[in-house]
Design a binder for this molecule. Structure first.
Ligand code: FAD
Length: 428
């Protein structure tokens, strides 16, 4: 195919990754401005172009016809670890693409997570393909280090990221996908939705029956203890986020952690033995090679992981006990405005944080790609019945590692390979 672009000065640049030197986090901070400006410049130029054409700046008003159309081989939606990894692989194959990112800066999703968050994977497992994480390999980077690393990655490989561009919907017209953002339409033969498995918190309906004086937050909105009412905190969901937030709150609040214990890695997490032997075996071998949709063991583990998440990686039950966190059974409903457990115990708490997981939140893809449980029907990211449409970063998309940083490269490479094959076949 021979795509034509109606874009002016912001059209795509050369996209081959440069074999340039690694960029450290400090340098990233200094250089991030240029990336930010890129996004802002695009928005400005777009507004200017629209005004010159007698239109108005982009808006969410979909009643007006789109004023601007751009044709491109591939649109990648989302510039997190998965979108950037897909970008890396597409660029290596010399393909024409653009990465659309809703937020103002690459990495903002990490910046918006709670203040004390450190990655549970050591730096040796936190680098994306082509650029090791610039920290001691046995240290645990902070969430802001991770954010800055992603920004540095986009800069190092000159990935064509457009920030501040939120995709409103994806539809199809014949053999082309139409990606709409405000009044701009991107027309592409291939779309990769790499917009995360963590977009929409799952909160049970009975939350609406809780007394309004109880402060309720999804884990994605939790930042630090100062956000909460004085008094007890109930964390609903005892997975990794619930356990980590419990440890964050334990010094200042009485904390209850409700839910089934998902199991845990049974060794001291940051000891010499764990760092050099156990974690590589767990992350590289078990999560990446053994537990995949292509192995019997993986197919057995998949439903369990989709409903209960991963075992506790860093926090151990004994850490929770030592911090005074009270571990209780599942929250089953509400009685007199208060949360009630499935053993009928009613808890008098001033705060509830829902750590009950997330949905991918891809309902803006207006195509029949979801099964009865709302999950995308796909194999290794290739969406069933929609040639040219891909997803990346879904829970157990291919393996346990599909939603982890060290798993991004393989899944993204597979998707880029399929896209490359299709484009080559179309050009013949
Ligand atoms: C609290 C927490 C801690 C974690 N810690 C670790 C860890 O230590 N190690 C590890 O390996 N994994 C960890 N993970 C899992 C995983 O690595 C992260 O969730 C990671 O952010 C997922 O990357 P992603 O690229 O799939 O999605 P995201 O990082 O969420 O990126 C998706 C991007 O898409 C953009 N987007 C979404 N919708 C649109 C739209 N409509 N239009 C345009 N852009 C859009 C978003 O703004 C976002 O920037 C953690 C997850 C959580 C929730």
């Amino acid at each position: 195919m021979n795509p034509t672009s109606t874009l002016g000065p912001t059209s795509m640049r050369a996209m081959k990754p440069r074999g340039s030197r690694n960029i450290g986090i400090a340098e990233t901070k200094a250089r991030a401005g240029s990336l930010l400006e890129q996004g802002a410049a695009f928005t400005r130029l777009e507004a200017d172009a629209l005004q010159a054409a007698g239109g108005q700046a982009p808006s969410d008003d979909k009643t007006r016809p789109a004023l601007r159309e751009e044709h491109v081989d591939v649109v990648v939606i989302g510039a997190g670890q998965n979108g950037l990894s897909v970008g890396y692989h597409l660029a290596r194959r010399g393909l024409k693409f653009v990465i659309l990112e809703a937020r103002e800066r690459v990495g903002d999703i990490w910046r918006s997570r709670w203040d004390s968050l450190r990655l549970f994977t050591p730096a040796r497992f936190d680098g994306l393909i082509g650029m090791p994480f610039p920290s001691d390999r046995y240290s645990f980077p902070s969430k802001d280090d991770m954010a800055d690393y992603l920004e540095a990655y986009a800069i190092k490989f000159s990935l064509p990221v457009r920030t501040g561009v939120k995709v409103d919907e994806v539809t199809r017209s014949g053999d082309r996908y139409i990606v709409t953002s405000g009044r701009t339409r991107y027309v592409a033969s291939h779309v990769v939705a790499a917009a995360s498995s963590y977009q929409k918190p799952k909160i049970p309906d009975f939350a609406a029956l809780l007394d309004p004086s109880i402060r309720q937050l999804p884990s994605s909105a939790y930042r630090n203890p100062s956000q909460l009412n004085p008094g007890g905190v109930l964390l609903v969901g005892a997975g990794n986020s619930g356990a980590e937030i419990a440890m964050d709150l334990a010094p200042t609040h009485q904390v209850w952690l409700a839910g089934r214990h998902p199991g845990n890695i049974p060794v001291a997490y940051n000891g010499y033995f764990a760092m050099r032997l156990v974690l590589p075996v767990v992350f590289r071998l078990v999560f990446h090679r053994l537990l995949t949709v292509d192995t019997p063991m993986g197919r057995k583990a998949k439903p369990e992981q989709l409903s209960h998440g991963l075992p506790l990686i860093r926090v151990k039950p004994r850490d929770l006990d030592a911090a005074g966190v009270r571990r209780v059974s599942r929250v089953a409903g509400v009685q007199d405005g208060k949360p009630m457990l499935d053993d009928s115990q009613v808890l008098d708490v001033a705060n509830i944080i829902w750590c009950t997981g997330f949905r991918a939140g891809l309902d803006w893809i207006r195509l029949p790609i979801f099964d009865e449980t709302g999950r995308v029907k796909q194999y290794r990211g290739a969406v069933d019945g929609e040639p040219g449409l891909y997803v990346c970063g879904l829970h157990f998309q291919h393996s346990t590692s599909s939603t982890m940083i060290h798993g991004a490269a393989r899944d993204a490479g597979y998707v880029a390979d399929r896209i490359g094959e299709r484009l080559r076949a179309a050009a013949r």
